[in-house]
Write a new protein. Structure first.
Lengths: 571, 69
């Protein structure tokens, strides 16, 4: 593969210019970092269009780009479920129903909301698990990037790892959350311009949308499915055997569209933090909605290349092939192979820079979220209370260094023990799955109590672990895939179907246990305590002074309608 | 914050756009280089688009930072 990636001075110049700008933004912002609020919450002063783009850019990390292209090749059009059903409804719900409580309360982070609404132990559980999770997430993506640079460009693994980590470290250290958010916007534009030529060249080569559809019919038939299985999103979701994902509509809508998606977009501080940095309540509520607009179109940028890549394998005259891994293709190589196949020197540098930009936007998101949770929810709460704000500003800055260094450690751990990382990600999935139940009850049912929330969360996590331990996806070999309790009660047609159902069980268990324990325990918070935290106790936001088309609700309806139209078009 | 994000993005797109446009023009006759991109001078096209986006962004930068409402 080395021969396809001969970089010239133009490619290196593009990378260096990009590095110069991301560092420059951090440098330009350093003089505004006067308080811990400036550093960790961006002073709550950023316009909504910027936080909106940052909101989705931080989610558009390198693993997402590579993974979604891989899924596009493996499952075809159905991959859009991760966007239109698996993100948009949750983003609308966050904007309209949840943002008023996050932004309107005094909470500076998601765990802090849990402390205000429930109690210390619920916050502690969430803060610690989140802190560990973000560090590992940034370590894993760092490992993936360095590995890619090593195989593609022959760059030294340690060199790529340390250089990319230091760039993120420097710009976050200098300009805090503001710097991360501003850079995410820059990175977002760069990712779009870097991958758009790939989609255009690929589509021209394969004969436009028609040519792509025809080649994908061949792919579907070759894999034993009906002809349209790769070009429809919903049509073949009637049963698990008729689509390559091995899932059916109920699992997709409830497991992915409801539990997993709402759990991620509405409670993960990584993304919620961007909305909380907005300059006003209206801005905070519009953040997810503004982000939803480009989010709906990202499939064109990341899924279509995957579909083109698999389509080309049925057209030998195109001279493109995917590397083989085991019994199938090595789908994670879709993006690198496409870059090498279509891009001459020049745009090749741009494409690789876009890949690095996506990595950095994802990693910086993890680092800034970790900073805030560590400084406010762990350090200030358990280690060193009642210090001056200057002290916490300093701690926030030092936490950046600490966080990046530990992430580097996690990256090396991922390199040495691949299974350990899979295992950790699995545990985090168990911890995350029930979280939305806690927030839903916390925000909309004033009777839910701290004990209820805490034990509900624990039960949800246990239910997830139990379900995973008793089931297995078809053809599973390792224990990490499930069935580790010895007996397999149910075998799912695919790992994805198993994941969806794990989430459904975890959510249901957390919901029921929280309700039962809440009813059995005393509510320690008074109505006054919960004002601004619970729906029924919070005064409605007056919007009389805002023109109707500038309010969040019409924007939310517009987003919903567009997502619906797209789903029907690509039914 | 006192920094208008359109300035760095606009500048970066303008610089990279110029670089790719000039490189595209200089290598325009190199059929071998562009055989990968189906004979299309993708450097020139991408460069022109980036240049347009960059200039457009810089053109919309407000001279004085707006006061907060």
């Amino acid at each position: 593969m080395e021969s396809t990636f001969n970089l010239s001075w133009v490619d290196y110049t593009i990378m260096l210019v990009y590095f110069g700008f991301v560092l420059g933004i951090g440098w330009a912002l350093r003089r505004y970092m006067k308080s811990s609020t400036d550093f960790l919450e961006a002073g709550r002063s950023i316009p909504a269009w910027i936080t909106g783009l940052a909101f989705i850019a931080t989610n558009l990390g390198a693993l997402e780009v590579i993974g979604m292209a891989a899924s596009g090749a493996k499952y075809g059009m159905a991959t859009v479920h991760f966007y239109w059903i698996g993100a948009i409804p949750a983003m609308i719900f966050l904007a309209i129903f949840m943002m008023p409580f996050y932004y309107g309360s005094k909470a500076r982070s998601v765990p802090e909301y849990l402390k205000l609404r429930f109690d210390e132990k619920t916050r502690g559980f969430n803060a610690f698990s989140f802190a560990v999770m973000t560090i590992f997430a940034s370590g894993i993506s760092m490992y993936a990037l360095a590995l890619l640079m090593e195989t593609l460009l022959g760059w030294d693994f340690n060199f790529s790892l340390v250089v990319s980590a230091i760039i993120v470290l420097v710009y976050v250290y200098l300009g805090g959350l503001t710097s991360a958010i501003y850079n995410e916007v820059l990175q977002f534009f760069l990712i779009v311009i870097g991958f758009a030529p790939l989609v255009i060249l690929g589509l021209i080569n394969i004969g436009g949308w028609e040519g792509l559809s025809e080649s994908l019919v061949n792919v579907a038939v070759r894999n034993g499915f009906e002809g349209g299985a790769w070009i429809h999103s919903w049509k073949y979701m009637g049963s698990t055997t008729s689509n390559p994902m091995g899932v059916e509509w109920f699992g997709v809508i409830v497991g992915l569209g409801f539990v997993l998606s709402f759990g991620y977009w509405c409670t993960n501080f990584l993304v919620v933090q961007r909305a909380m940095a907005a300059d006003s309540m209206a801005g905070a509520r519009k953040t997810p909605l503004i982000g939803a607009m480009p989010k709906m179109l990202i499939p064109a940028l990341v899924i279509i290349p995957g579909m083109i890549a698999i389509g080309l394998t049925s057209m030998p005259e195109a001279g493109f092939n995917l590397p083989v891994k085991g019994t199938g293709y090595d789908y994670d190589k879709v993006i690198p192979m496409m870059l090498g196949h279509y891009f001459p020197t020049g745009v090749l540098g741009l494409g690789l820079t876009a890949l690095m930009a996506s990595f950095m936007s994802g990693m910086a998101g993890n680092v800034t979220a970790f900073n805030t949770v560590w400084t406010y929810d762990i350090y200030q709460s358990y280690i060193n209370k009642n210090k001056s704000d200057k002290h916490y500003l300093r701690v926030g800055q030092l936490t950046t260094i600490f966080g990046v260094v530990v992430s580097i450690g996690a990256a090396y751990m991922a390199r040495m023990f691949n299974n350990v990382m899979d295992f950790l990600q699995l545990i985090f999935a168990f911890i995350n799955a029930p979280l939305f139940a806690t927030f839903l009850l916390g925000m909309f049912w004033k009777r839910s109590t701290g004990h209820g929330a805490f034990f509900g969360l624990i039960s949800g996590t246990l239910a997830a672990a139990l379900h995973h331990g008793l089931t297995a996806p078809a053809g599973a070999e390792t224990l990490v895939k499930g069935g580790w309790l010895g007996t397999v009660v149910h075998t799912y047609p695919s790992e994805m179907a198993q994941n969806f159902w794990t989430a459904i069980y975890a959510f249901t268990a957390a919901l029921l246990i929280t309700i039962i324990i809440s009813l059995a325990t005393k509510q320690k918070k008074t109505d006054e305590d919960m004002k601004g935290l619970v729906y029924s106790l919070t005064p409605k936001i007056s919007q009389e002074d805002v023109v109707w088309y500038k309010r969040p609700a019409p924007l939310a309806i517009l987003v919903g309608v567009i997502a619906l139209i797209l789903s029907i078009l690509f039914w | 914050m006192g920094l208008d994000i359109k300035i760095p993005i606009g500048l970066m797109f303008t610089i990279l756009g110029l670089l790719l446009t000039i490189f595209g023009l200089a290598t325009g006759g190199n059929a071998e280089l562009y055989s990968r991109s189906l004979g299309i001078n993708i450097n020139l096209w991408t460069g022109l688009v980036m240049l347009a986006v960059g200039v457009l962004m810089l053109a919309t930068v407000k001279r004085k930072p707006l006061k907060k409402e």
